[in-house]
Ligand binder design. Sequence first.
Ligand code: ADE
Length: 422
Amino acid sequence: MKYDIKDKSLRKSGKDRILWALERMPVLELVRKDFSEKKPLKGITIGACLHVTTETAALAITLKSAGANVAVCASNPLSTQDDTAASLVFDYGIPVFAVKGENNKKYYQHIYSVLGFNPQITLDDGADLISTIHKQFYSGKFPKSRLPWASTEETTTGVIRLKALEKSGKLLYPIIAVNDAYTKHLFDNRYGTGQSTLDGILRATNKLIAGTVFLTCGYGWCSRGIAQKARGLGANVIVAEVDPLKALEAVMDGFLVMPIKDAVKRADIIVTATGDINVIRREHFPLMKDKVVIANSGHFNVEIETEALQEISRSVKEVKPLVKQFVLKNNKRVYLLAEGRLVNLSCAEGHPAEVMDMSFANQALSCRFIAEKAAKLSRKVYKVPDFIDQRVAKLKLASLGVRIDNLTRRQKEYLHSWQAGT
Ligand code: ADE
């Protein structure tokens, strides 16, 4: 979608919605207060390739309050909230390069625009910015002097790509895997993806979930969240999973587990969130029920083989915003949401602010960690330091008004002793 960035109503909507998010991110607010006083990122340029949402706006504002120069581009062509982008630019003075619905060429032009700021720290979600730098560097187009000090990575898919890069010996600078912090993936991936995926399906289709057969492909943290929320709305949930351990967990969590080929024959709604390619593919479509709804919540639009769906269809048309109807040669109708891109960010607003609060507090504190320690880090993928993870958990509990016990001295001694029972 093209829009007039100076459109006042767009900007106002963005400003109001950013405020809504800011008010629901108390941990990030505490970090921001501390950063505003101490300016730990003073003069540092940060390039962020993230979903351009109100929660990302809250993070960008926090980094700016720490003294950083921040430039933002999208980490997916369909996830940008245009009103948020407009307000970030005009109300907060943060350059944003992103338009909802941009094509691939524009998407990468926007990544190059952020690289034009010569960021010393980068923030990535899916590793497109980092991989662009690596491709450029290895083809001789990116000088060593411009390499960032380090980067953070927000998502499971990005961390997997970066670990592969590390293994190949080609990783050019250190990475902090924000996704691997407990206060990130246990909450954001499970509760955030779970709720926002259902939200995306509901906003796009307004379909009654109760009584449907709902197939979740994968049983990682994101997909188990989706399965849990679908069950909560009254669906009969089937899980398809290739990892025997995770499949066993799904069985004991009370889900029906079976191969995709069998499950697609029964499903009314199918969601992929595996991180892999061609999960729902050519041979599966003709087996599906009439009016099946298919969506993806994994980072990339590779999980559903949309080209094959197009090829085997008699007709294709958009019947509602972001809902494409494919009529197959057997006359059955298949509804694909958001072109197979992240349904939670394309059809809804992504994860709620309350959960992004923890993810983005980890991001902000990891940026400060990089600013302080970059020279001591190697070209590796690091976990978020435990002290950051623990601090985020403590602050979140405090913000929720939840108090917990402390161990007594005797209890601590007992836990450190090998003489059980004494
Ligand atoms: N990833 C998932 N939900 C998100 C959100 N609301 N903002 C930024 N990144 C996200």
